[in-house]
Write a protein that binds this ligand. Structure first.
Ligand code: DQA
Length: 146
């Protein structure tokens, strides 16, 4: 089982970026947690980050035939990108959406997600643990589908 992990814009800045909201964990730290979780679940991860919407769309397109699941924090593109949503719909790969912060507790422009309606589910508000929980939930979902 191979899962593609996608980190969207500004997540490369974790650790120095608004630590009151996102915590002090770095992206490298999150990726380490994810790799440990993947090892214990027995799945393979491919991890990518981009600040560019088009690059994210291409990563999703390239996942077709290569990955069985997608774990995505599209960051600000969650709230703006029809292109990323359409790419996920096109490849039809089961997707779990994650956010470090609880987006429903924040500004109203963060309350809407273009991805949520086409995702298996969403995990929001648990900091770095959102990713771990998301990976576990996605893995569980994919195993049930087989
Ligand atoms: C985020 C929430 C988004 O609203 C924000 O634009 C981000 C990070 C989160 O993980 O909490 O960049 O996706």
């Amino acid at each position: 089982l191979s899962i593609l992990v996608i980190h969207g814009p500004n997540l490369n800045m974790l650790g120095i970026r608004e630590p009151g909201i996102y915590g002090s964990v770095t992206l490298e730290g999150i990726n380490r947690l994810l790799s440990e979780k993947a090892d214990s679940l027995g799945c393979t991860l491919s991890i990518t980050q981009s600040n560019d919407e088009g690059v994210l769309v291409e990563s999703i397109q390239d996942a077709l035939g290569n990955h069985q699941g997608i774990l995505i924090n599209a960051a600000a593109y969650t709230h703006t990108s029809i292109a990323i949503r359409d790419a996920l719909s096109a490849v039809k790969i089961p997707t779990v959406e994650v956010h470090l912060s609880n987006i429903y507790q924040r500004e109203s422009f963060r309350h809407h997600s273009y991805i949520a309606p086409i995702a298996v589910g969403q995990i929001s508000g648990f900091g770095a643990n959102s990713y771990r929980l998301g990976l576990e939930a996605l893995h569980h979902y994919l195993n049930q589908q087989e």
